[in-house]
Ligand binder design. Structure first.
Ligand SMILES: Cc1cc2nc3c(=O)[nH]c(=O)nc-3n(C[C@H](O)[C@H](O)[C@H](O)COP(=O)(O)OP(=O)(O)OC[C@H]3O[C@@H](n4cnc5c(N)ncnc54)[C@H](O)[C@@H]3O)c2cc1C
Length: 411
C-alpha cells in the first residue's frame, strides 16, 4: 500500500518501478524484436504485462477511492517515466489499459464499476481495457456539428438496448490477447438523433469477448512494435442501457478528460533520459580516432547541453501539470496540454540531436536510439494529435473571452 506522505510515496514508487524496468522490461525488446508478426510480438509481451499487473502497477492506475492504489496524476507520471525508460512499447500496453478504463473511472456509476472493475483490481492475470475512439478517415473533427461529418460510429436504440455499428482503427488492445476483444472496451459513438455532437456523443462499455467485433486488418506501425493496432468493425454490437456511461451527450467531455496529456510528457521524459544516457556515455569515452573524447568538441557538448535543458524543461512542466491536476487547480488542463505538445516534440527533436552526437553508429539497432526514435515519433501524433486535437484545444482556450492566460501561475 502507498505511504501517506506523497513525496516519499513517489520516491519509493520511482525506485521500485526503476528496478522493475531494469530487471524485467529492458529484456522485452530482444524477445519481441525476434518475432516476425505483430500478433506474435504482441502476445510475447503477455508475460511482461502479467508481471506489471503482479507488481501492482495496474492497481496504481485505479484511484484508491475506487478500490485501487492510485494516488493521482503525479504518481502515475512517475510510473510512466520509469516504465517507459524500460521499454516504451510494453509500458504503453499498461497505460493503454489505463486509457481504456478512464471513462469507467471518471464517469461510470457504482453499478458499472462493480460489474467491470474487479478484474483490473487483481494482481494476477493480464486484463486488458481499450478506449475505441479513432476511426478510419480521421477523428480530429469528432465535435463537428452536422449529419455527414464527425464521428461515424453509431449507437441506435432497438428493443430496449443500444446497437453499435461502425469502424475503428489504431485502438490499443482492441483485439485482446486472442482476437476476440479486450476484457472491456469503451466505445465512443454518436447516439440518438441530434446532429449536435455535444448532445449525441456517447461512451458505451462493452465487455469481452465481443460478439460483433470483426478485425479487418492489422496495421504495421513504425514504432511500438510490440503493440497490436488493428482496423476493425463493430457489427450490431448489443449494449444494454446499464452500460451507457453517464448520459448521451456526455461523450465529448469524457473523451477530453480521458486523453490526459501530462502522462505523455512523462513518457517523453523516460525516452529522452535513456537516449541521453547512451549518448553521454558514448561522448565521454569514444574518440572516433581523434585525440580526445568527442564530448570535448564544442559542437557535441552543446548538442548534449541543449538536450539536457529540454529534459529538465519537460520534466518540470510535466510534474507541474500533474501537481495542478492533483490539486484540481485552475489552469491544470492547459498545463497538461502544454506538457503533451512540448514534451512529445522535444522527445523527437532530442532523439535526432542525440543521434547526431553518436553519428552513424546510432543508426543501427545495437544502440537504443533508433528504436526509441521509432517509438517517440508516435508521441506528437497519438493520444490526441498535436495539430488535430491539442493545439486546437489551446487555440479554443485562447479565443475564449473568459480565458485568463496567467491562471496557470496559480496552478
Ligand atoms: C501507438 C498508438 C496507440 C494508439 N492508441 C489508441 C487508442 O487506444 N485509442 C484510440 O482511439 N486511438 C489510439 N491511437 C490513435 C490516435 O490517438 C488518434 O488517432 C490520433 O490522436 C488522431 O489524431 P489526429 O490529429 O491525427 O486526427 P486525424 O483526424 O487523423 O487528423 C489528421 C490530421 O489532419 C489535420 N486536421 C484534421 N482536422 C483538423 C482541424 N479541424 N484543424 C486543424 N487540423 C486538422 C491535422 O494536421 C491532423 O494531424 C493510437 C495511435 C498510436 C500510434
Amino acid at each position: 500500500m502507498p505511504s501517506t506522505d506523497p513525496s516519499s510515496e513517489r520516491k519509493a514508487l520511482r525506485a521500485t518501478a526503476r528496478e522493475f524496468a531494469g530487471d524485467v522490461l529492458s529484456k522485452a525488446r530482444e524477445v519481441t524484436d525476434a518475432l516476425p508478426t505483430a500478433t506474435e510480438r504482441y502476445r510475447a509481451t503477455r508475460p511482461f504485462y502479467e508481471k506489471m499487473v503482479a507488481a501492482g502497477f495496474l492497481r496504481r492506475l485505479v484511484p484508491q477511492a475506487l478500490g485501487g492504489d492510485g494516488t493521482g496524476a503525479s504518481t502515475a507520471a512517475v510510473l510512466a517515466e520509469e516504465l517507459v525508460a524500460g521499454d516504451p512499447s510494453v509500458a504503453l500496453n499498461l497505460f493503454s489499459t489505463g486509457l481504456g478504463l478512464a471513462p469507467l473511472l471518471r464517469a461510470g456509476n457504482a453499478d458499472q464499476r462493480a460489474r467491470h472493475l474487479p478484474p483490473f483490481l487483481a494482481t494476477a492475470g493480464a486484463p486488458l481495457a481499450s478506449l475505441a475512439l479513432s476511426e478510419p478517415g480521421g477523428t480530429a473533427n469528432l465535435d463537428e456539428p452536422g449529419r455527414d461529418v464527425g464521428l461515424r460510429t453509431t449507437a441506435r436504440r432497438r428493443n430496449g438496448q443500444w446497437i453499435v455499428n461502425g469502424a475503428k482503427q489504431w485502438v490499443s488492445h482492441a483485439t485482446g490477447w486472442e482476437g476476440t476483444g479486450p476484457d472491456l472496451m469503451a466505445v465512443v459513438a454518436r447516439a440518438g438523433n441530434s446532429p449536435d455532437p455535444r448532445r449525441s456523443t456517447a461512451v458505451l462499455l462493452v465487455p469481452g469477448p465481443i460478439d460483433g467485433l470483426r478485425i479487418d486488418e492489422l496495421l504495421d506501425p513504425l514504432g511500438h512494435r510490440a503493440h497490436l493496432l488493428p482496423r476493425f468493425s463493430l457489427v450490431d454490437v448489443r449494449v444494454p442501457d446499464a452500460d451507457l456511461v453517464g448520459e448521451v451527450g456526455d461523450g465529448l467531455g469524457i473523451v477530453n478528460a480521458s486523453f490526459g496529456g501530462a502522462l505523455i510528457g512523462a513518457c517523453a521524459a523516460g525516452v529522452m533520459r535513456v537516449a541521453f544516457d547512451a549518448a553521454l556515455a558514448f561522448a565521454r569515452t569514444d574518440r572516433r580516432g581523434g585525440r580526445v573524447p568527442v564530448v570535448e568538441h564544442q559542437g557535441v557538448g552543446f548538442l548534449l547541453a541543449d538536450v539536457k535543458t529540454r529534459i529538465e524543461a519537460v520534466r518540470s512542466l510535466t510534474y507541474r501539470a500533474c501537481a495542478a491536476l492533483d490539486r484540481g487547480a485552475p489552469g491544470a488542463e492547459e498545463l497538461s496540454v502544454h506538457a503533451k505538445v512540448f514534451g512529445s516534440e522535444a522527445a523527437v527533436q532530442s532523439l535526432l540531436d542525440l543521434m547526431r552526437v553518436i553519428g552513424v553508429d546510432s543508426y543501427g539497432h545495437h544502440l537504443p536510439l533508433a528504436g526509441l526514435l521509432q517509438d517517440a515519433l508516435a508521441y506528437p501524433l497519438f493520444s490526441g494529435g498535436n495539430i488535430g486535437f491539442r493545439r486546437r484545444r489551446l487555440q479554443a482556450m485562447l479565443a475564449d473571452p473568459a480565458y485568463d492566460p496567467w491562471a496557470t501561475f496559480e496552478a
